[in-house]
Design a protein around this ligand. Structure first.
Ligand code: COA
Ligand code: AMP
Length: 624
C-alpha cells in the first residue's frame, strides 16, 4: 500500500474506506450505513452505529488485556508532582465521577462546562461526561470570566466542574472567583458547581450550589457507559471566529472515534503501549484529541503535563519529561520550541538528558517556521513533522503519512492531504488554481469523519461560515498553495483570526472590546509578526472628538480591558492612538497594509485607498 493508493481509495471509494476504518473500533452496535448525506455535501457518518467514547478509551483497553498498563502520566513541575494511573485505575476514577455527576441530576445530552488547569481530574471529568452521555465543553483556564460567561450562556450547562486554582510560572491563579464572576455575568445559571480543592488555594463554596469534588463523589455509585448514537454530540469546543461570539464546534461520538483511531496510525504511527505526549492544554483541540481521546483509544500511555517549555524550571523541561517517562512521540506547537531555542540556542540542555526513546516530533497549531524546523532537526536528529489542522477538523487535514510511508519533508510544508481530505486551492469564486499559485485552501465536501457536525445551537452560522462561501467546499479560512509535487503550504489566515503562541484569537473580538471604551471613535486590531509567539495583536485607535483622556492613559486602559475581558492569553500589550485610519473609498479599513507596515514589510499602496498620505503617517508612528 502506498500513500497515493490509500488517498485515492479514501476519495473514490469513500464508504468502503471508512467502513474498514470503522471496523477498528469496539462499537456497541456496528454501523450498517456508513454515510448519510443531509444536503450541501454535509451529513452524518455511521448514523446507525452505537458506542460510548469513554468505554472505548478505557474499558475496551481493559477488555483487551491492558488494564495494568499505565494509561495516564501526570507530570507537574509547578507542583513538583508525578502520578500514574493504569487503565483500570483511570476507568474506576472516571466511573466514580460519572456516578457523582448522575447524583447531581446530570444525564444524556446535558452540558457540563469543565474549567480546569492541567490536572488529571480535567481528563477524568471529560471522560466521565462521555461515559454518561453528557456533553462536555472545556474552557481553557487562561480565559477571563467574561469569556467563560459567554460560553455559559451559549452552552447552557447544568453544571460547571472547576478547580480552586491553576498555577502559572510566577503566580497562582484562583479560578473560583473567575467562575463566580462568570456565573454572575451570565444570564444562564448552572445548577451546580463541583470544585477540586488544590492545596495552593482554597476556594470558598456557595451553599446550595457548590460542592467539593470529594463530597460530590462520596456515596456515588460508579456509572456504566451508556450507548450513544454515532451522531450524538460528545463535546462542544469554542473557538474564535471573526466576531466577538465564539463558535461552539460540535463533535460527534462515532465519527470522532473512528477518525481519532485512524489518525493515531496514519499521522503518528503510534502503537499500543507507546508513550504519547501532546504538550498542550485540555482547553484546546490538541488537548481534546491528543491528550485525552486518541492516545487512549489507541491503547497508548498519555502524558498530561502541567508546566511550560521554559521556566519550569528551565529550557530542558521537555527533554527531562521525555527522559523520565520514556516518551516515544512528542507533539507540541512551534512556539514552544521557539521559546526553548531562545533560552538555549545551542541545545545544551538536550545533552543533559537521554531522549533515545523519542522516535518523532510533531508540530502544529501555527506555521512551522523553517528556522525552528532546522534547529530541531539539527539538534535532535529526529524526524520533525509538521501537520496542519483546526479545531473544526479535530485531526490533521495535512500530514506526513508516516503510518503508511514517510515522505521527504519540505520546510514550510505540512506535506500531503490526509486520506479523506480532498484539499484544493481555489480563488474566491471557487475556481481551482494551478500548482504554485496561492489561493484559499478549501476541502471538497464531504469532510471525513471527526470533523465538526455543526455550530452549537446555530446551524445557520455553520452553513454560512463553512459551506456557503464556496459551494461544494468546506472553507478553511487559511490561505496557501500546493506545489508541483503535491506538497501543501499553509501561509496563514485570510480572515480576522490571528494565531498567538499557537492560540487562536479573534481580532474582531478585541475590536469590539476596544470600541466599547467611551473615548474610542474607531479602531482596528491586526496581528503583527512576533519572533517568539508568531503573531501578537496591536490596536490602532482613533479618539472621539472632544475626549480629553491622555493618550498613554487610554492606551493602558485598553490593554487592561482586553486582558480583563479575554484574558492574559490574548497578549494584547500595545494600543496606539492614531490621527486617521487608512481606508478604501468605500470605508473599509485596510488591515493588510497596516499589518505589512507593522511588520516593517514593503507595501504597495492599494488603488482603492482614500488618502495615501495616511500610510506615511502610520509608518512613521511604527518607526518614528
Ligand atoms: N491560566 C491562566 N493564565 C494563563 C494560562 C492559563 N492556563 N496560560 C497562560 N496564561 C497567561 C500567562 O501567565 C501570561 O500572563 P502574563 O501576561 O501575565 O505573563 C499570558 O497568559 C500569556 O501566556 P503565554 O502565551 O503562555 O506566554 P508566556 O510568555 O507565559 O509563555 C510560551 C510563552 C512560548 C512558553 C508559551 O506561550 C507556550 O508554552 N506556548 C506553547 C503554546 C501551546 O502549547 N499551544 C497549544 C496549541 S497546540
Ligand atoms: P486552532 O483551531 O486553534 O487549532 O487553529 C487553527 C489554525 O491554526 C489554522 O486555521 C491555521 O491558521 C493554524 N495552523 C494550525 N496548524 C498549522 C500548521 N501546521 N501550519 C500552518 N498553520 C497552522
Amino acid at each position: 500500500m502506498t500513500y497515493r493508493s490509500e488517498f485515492d481509495r479514501s476519495i473514490h471509494q469513500r464508504e468502503d474506506f471508512w467502513r474498514e476504518q470503522a471496523s477498528q473500533i469496539d462499537w456497541i452496535k456496528s454501523p450498517e450505513t456508513i454515510w448519510e448525506d443531509r444536503g450541501q455535501g454535509h451529513g452524518q457518518w455511521f448514523p446507525d452505529g452505537q458506542l460510548n467514547s469513554a468505554d472505548l478509551a478505557l474499558d475496551a483497553n481493559i477488555r483487551a488485556g491492558r488494564g495494568d498498563q499505565v494509561a495516564l502520566i501526570y507530570d507537574s513541575p509547578v507542583t513538583d508532582t508525578r502520578a500514574t494511573f493504569t487503565y483500570t485505575e483511570l476507568r474506576d476514577r472516571v466511573a466514580l465521577f460519572a456516578g457523582a455527576l448522575i447524583k447531581q441530576g446530570i444525564g444524556k445530552g446535558d452540558r457540563v462546562i469543565v474549567y480546569m488547569p492541567m490536572v488529571p481530574e480535567a481528563a477524568i471529568a471529560m471522560l466521565a461526561c462521555a461515559r454518561i452521555g453528557a456533553i462536555h465543553s472545556v474552557v481553557f483556564g487562561g480565559f477571563a470570566a467574561n469569556e467563560l460567561a459567554v460560553r455559559i450562556d451559549d452552552a447552557t450547562p447544568k453544571a460547571i466542574v472547576t478547580a480552586s486554582c491553576g498555577i502559572e510560572v510566577s503566580r497562582v491563579i484562583e479560578y473560583k472567583p473567575l467562575v463566580d464572576n462568570a456565573i454572575r455575568q451570565a444570564r444562564h445559571k448552572p445548577e451546580c458547581c463541583i470544585v477540586l480543592q488544590r492545596p495552593q488555594a482554597t476556594a470558598s463554596l456557595e451553599a446550595g450550589r457548590d460542592l467539593d469534588w470529594q463530597a460530590a463523589e462520596a456515596g456515588a455509585t460508579p456509572a456504566e457507559p451508556v450507548a450513544m448514537a454515532s451522531g450524538d454530540p460528545l463535546y462542544i469546543l469554542y473557538t474564535s471566529g471573526t466576531t466577538g461570539k465564539p463558535k461552539g464546534v460540535v463533535r460527534d461520538n462515532g465519527g470522532h472515534a473512528v477518525a481519532m483511531r485512524y489518525s493515531m496510525s496514519l499521522v503518528y504511527d503510534a502503537k499500543p503501549g507507546d508513550v504519547y505526549w501532546a504538550a498542550s492544554d485540555v482547553g484546546w483541540v490538541v488537548g481534546h484529541s491528543y491528550i485525552v481521546y486518541a492516545p487512549l483509544f489507541a491503547g497508548c500511555t498519555t502524558v498530561l503535563y502541567e508546566g511550560k517549555p521554559v521556566k519550569t524550571p528551565d529550557a530542558g523541561a521537555f527533554w527531562r519529561v521525555c527522559q523520565e517517562h520514556k516518551v516515544n512521540l512528542l507533539f507540541t506547537a512551534p512556539t514552544a520550541f521557539r521559546a526553548v531555542r531562545k533560552e538555549d540556542p545551542e541545545a545544551d540542555q538536550l545533552n543533559r538528558y537521554d531522549i533515545s526513546s523519542l522516535k518523532r516530533i510533531f508540530l502544529a497549531g501555527e506555521r512551522l517556521d523553517p528556522p525552528t524546523y532546522e534547529w530541531l532537526r539539527e539538534h535532535t536528529r529526529l524526524p520533525v513533522l509538521d501537520h496542519w489542522w483546526q479545531t473544526e477538523t479535530g485531526w490533521a487535514i495535512c500530514c506526513n503519512p508516516v503510518g503508511i510511508e514517510m515522505a521527504a519533508t519540505k520546510p514550510g510544508s505540512a506535506t500531503f492531504p490526509s486520506p479523506g481530505y480532498d484539499v484544493q486551492i481555489v480563488d474566491t469564486e471557487g475556481r481551482p488554481q494551478p500548482a504554485g499559485t496561492q489561493g484559499q485552501v478549501a476541502i471538497k465536501l464531504p469532510l471525513p469523519p471527526g470533523c465538526l457536525s455543526t455550530v452549537w445551537g446555530d446551524d445557520d452560522r455553520f452553513r454560512r461560515t463553512y459551506l456557503e462561501p464556496l459551494p461544494g467546499f468546506y472553507t478553511s479560512g487559511d490561505g496557501g498553495y500546493i506545489d508541483e509535487e503535491g506538497y501543501v503550504f499553509i501561509m496563514g489566515r485570510t480572515d480576522d483570526v490571528i494565531n498567538v503562541a499557537g492560540h487562536r484569537l479573534s481580532t474582531g473580538e478585541m475590536e469590539e472590546i476596544i470600541a466599547s471604551h467611551p473615548a474610542v471613535a474607531e479602531c482596528c486590531v491586526v496581528g503583527a509578526r512576533d519572533e517568539l509567539k508568531g503573531q501578537i495583536p496591536i490596536g490602532l485607535v482613533l479618539v472621539k472628538d472632544g475626549a480629553t483622556i491622555a493618550h498613554e492613559e487610554l492606551e493602558d486602559e485598553l490593554v487592561e480591558m482586553v486582558r480583563d475581558q479575554i484574558g492574559a492569553i490574548a497578549c494584547f500589550k500595545q494600543a496606539m492612538v492614531v490621527d486617521r485610519l487608512p481606508k478604501t473609498r468605500s470605508g473599509k479599513i485596510l488591515r493588510r497594509v497596516i499589518r505589512q507596515i507593522a511588520d516593517g514589510e514593503e507595501y504597495s499602496v492599494p488603488s482603492t485607498i482614500d488618502d495615501p498620505a495616511i500610510l506615511e503617517e502610520i509608518s512613521h508612528q511604527f518607526s518614528p
